[in-house]
Design a protein around this ligand. Sequence first.
Ligand SMILES: [Zn+2]
Length: 469
Amino acid sequence: MKLFRWIALTAGIAGSLTLSAGGFDDTFSRLKTNLSKAELYTFLYAMPKAADLHHHSGGCWQMDSLFQVATNPARNGGNRFYTRVRAGLCDGDTNAWRQFQTIAGYTWKTLPECQQKEYAALDELTAVQREAFINSLRLDKPGEGRNEFFEEIWPRFGAMGRSLEVFLEMTVETMKRYGAEGVRYLEPQTIPLGFVLADGTAVDPDEMHRRLKARLEQPDARATGVEVRWQVVVLRFTPIAEKKIEEAYDFVSRHRDLWVGINMAGREDNDKGHPRRFLETYRRMRHKYSDVGLAIHAGEVDEPNPHMRDTLLLGATRLGHGNNVLTDDDLVLHLRSGIAFVEINLVSNLLLEYVTNYSQHHFPEMLRLGIPCGLSTDDSGMWDSGMTDEYLTAVTEFNLTWDELVGCGRNSLKWSFAEPGLKQRLLDDYDRSVKAFEEKWSTGDPKARLGEVHPVAYGYAARRWGIKY
Ligand SMILES: [Zn+2]
């Protein structure tokens, strides 16, 4: 029967591509075989994708949109940003040269005149400079690996990342683009301390929370259909990281309507931030606080090490990346019992060279051993990609079935730190929208259906798969 249906459908694909209303796994397998990469991207763009549990505010901002917001005073609180385009104009200048390091107008005004001339206002960049500026915030060239990302792009981001108005607008822009590709829940990581207004006035974390909440209640944010809960991220290798963890617990516990968890990030190859360092701090915090989610980067490394198991000991129920999981047999067995969720970031791992190709990636083994895991984007603005790129990578590199793909989405919602009522609503909505999607794509001509989708693909899809719309 199965063979008969396959033959009938194969014949159908050559003609009208009419599909049966059988199990959607069968339908999906035929689509994988018969659609081009661009068509498959379009199909995956349209499918419901539940949640992205691992991404960094700033890193996930689409850089063209950021340029628009950063050069529009009506959207950025009246700020005018300046970016470094020259060096060596001043005698005795000790400012290290970093092209396109960006500062706020209030900082630029305090510089000596010769230093001011080393910067250009963002809104006065030539077309060539503008393109180079935007690309300087992306890993878009061969050879730009983790050093460019950690040591150049993040510092270059500079004042744009700490402007409260830019942050608020880009948060909504990010909700719009994720919402358009079927993501319904986000849990970005950010630091609520250190935001400033356009005149340089510091915004305390409680005020930041109030402004963020108000912005998320605006009609354009609500219209995205995307819910957002936040994680406070602590830079793990700094000398004051323990103090920052304590502050994060205090902040989350006082703002539980939006803030649901704590993360620790920063290069894991900097040993100063190793997980065991924080064991006493997290244990002490649990004497005082309950129900604060812990999702901590672990296993974003090249070598076998105990970071993942030590991070479980810290109390994390979600581990970010988990690239070295298969180097620790006991850990694999523990994780199979479902004690933690692994946040998989496929594009990130390739671009930051934690794998040189996907045959080295541990994701399919985790997925097919039943270790809870799901797909996320990490820093999609800096990769110039989106959630659909993660899905297309998973499908094309590891031949994910429809049920596996849907399971990744469902798992992400289940392991989110969303409050129980919201989580249940998101799960119900997800199940309903997946069912409706399956019904829609099980009938008629899928190629005609593709024409109804209006996907947005970015530079990563163009470079990797030649996809341009
Ligand atoms: Zn990350």
